[in-house]
Design a protein around this ligand. Structure first.
Ligand code: AMP
Ligand code: MG
Length: 356
């Protein structure tokens, strides 16, 4: 099997802009080096609605985009990068319009970037060996991606309904833990007994279909919390949080392990295409806001040790949405000569990471 070390991306200085969801972000990168990374979170604006409201996100991006760009612009840049998708259409449009305008005004090349590719590369170091398997777990996405090399991806598994972060947030809300509740749920779970309340493991008996599903678990949890006779005690909240989190992570880990088995097995598999089977996985790359969860990282580390692979997590501040990861992905696109015409750039709300 081929083992290659990654180069550091292009030496261009890139201003990257990210407005795909509820964070207004700008960064300047040079290859994989981060010169600045500014995130303005809109969480407080969406809190009372218990989820991201697209029209509010759009308006907040419009109000804050110049501020984050001015703060991030610590040097002259050679190119402008922007997230073109996937994400909320009217939120993406704000960043795209800005990036296009700056590219034309400054006469600099424009690079459109896939948001998921940003998460895939957010923990990249020169030591990562390809092919690798990337796990992206965030508020909007739950995907396993086979990374043949930087720029060549194949989606192995994705969620059929809710994303993991979305499910954790909803469970947290049922327990009255606020929004977004993933981090708070983690704290309560650390104090609880994960075996107290048995919950159905998603996709049980369907191990051959590599996919994620969290809506059934969410419904089961809803019934479970409603079935509690009185106001929940703090120990009950802790036990419920621990039980939900454990089942949600168990599903994630099991699908990841199955994917590794399929990709590294020399035996024919009906799931994996001929061109890919047996070509292996050397390392695991992990990204997205949910990977900020310490328990989850421990479990992924345990899995990587078990299968004899290295695992790479993002640096602090690089888990959730940010523009530095978009700049890093853009550097590699620039190196491959993949620039975008400002006259035709458009938002791509459903852009798959394995599509050009
Ligand atoms: P992103 O979509 O990448 O910006 O990440 C946001 C998602 O990550 C939300 O669903 C959060 O609840 C979730 N999240 C953030 N921190 C944690 C944590 N410590 N444990 C679990 N989920 C988390
Ligand atoms: Mg994200």
């Amino acid at each position: 099997m081929e083992k290659k070390k990654t180069k550091g991306g292009s030496s261009m200085k890139i201003l990257a802009i990210e407005t795909s969801c509820d964070e207004t972000c700008a960064a300047v990168t040079e290859g994989t080096k981060i010169l600045s990374n500014v995130v303005w979170s809109q969480v407080a604006l969406h809190k009372e609605f218990g989820g991201v409201v697209p029209s509010i996100a759009k308006r907040a991006h419009e109000e804050k985009i110049d501020w984050v760009i001015n703060k991030a612009l610590v040097t002259d840049v050679d190119a402008i990068a922007v997230t073109a998708g996937p994400g909320l259409a009217i939120a993406l449009e704000v960043g795209i319009k800005k990036a296009k305008g700056l590219a034309q005004e400054w006469d600099k090349p424009l690079i459109s970037v896939n948001h998921i590719e940003g998460h895939v590369l957010s923990g990249l170091t020169p030591e990562v060996r390809f092919p690798a398997l990337a796990l992206v777990v965030s508020g909007g996405h739950t995907e396993l991606i086979w990374v043949e090399k930087i720029g060549r991806y194949k989606i192995v598994a994705r969620t059929m309904d809710d994303a993991l972060g979305e499910a954790l947030d909803k469970a947290a809300r049922m327990l009255g833990l606020g929004y977004p509740g993933g981090a708070e749920l983690e704290k309560k779970a650390a104090l609880g007994n994960p075996k107290k309340y048995p919950l159905p493991l998603p996709m049980a008996g369907k191990e051959k279909n590599l996919a994620f599903s969290y809506s059934g678990l969410k419904t089961a949890f809803y019934r479970l919390t409603n079935a509690q006779r009185s106001e929940l005690s703090s120990q009950e909240v802790n036990d419920l949080a621990a039980s939900f989190q454990e089942t949600a992570f168990k599903h994630l880990l099991r699908e990841t392990k199955n994917s590794i088995a399929f990709y590294t097995s020399p035996h024919p598999s009906p799931i994996i295409g001929e061109g890919v089977r047996g070509r292996g996985i050397h390392d695991l790359l992990v990204g997205g806001g949910v990977a900020a969860n310490t328990k989850l990282r421990e479990e992924i580390k345990r899995l990587s040790d078990e299968v004899g692979m290295g695992v790479y997590f993002p640096a602090k501040g690089m888990y959730g949405d940010n523009a530095a990861m978009i700049g890093i992905a853009a550097g590699f696109r620039a190196e491959r000569g993949e620039f975008t015409d400002p006259d035709t750039i458009d938002r791509r709300p459903r852009w798959r990471v394995d599509e050009n």
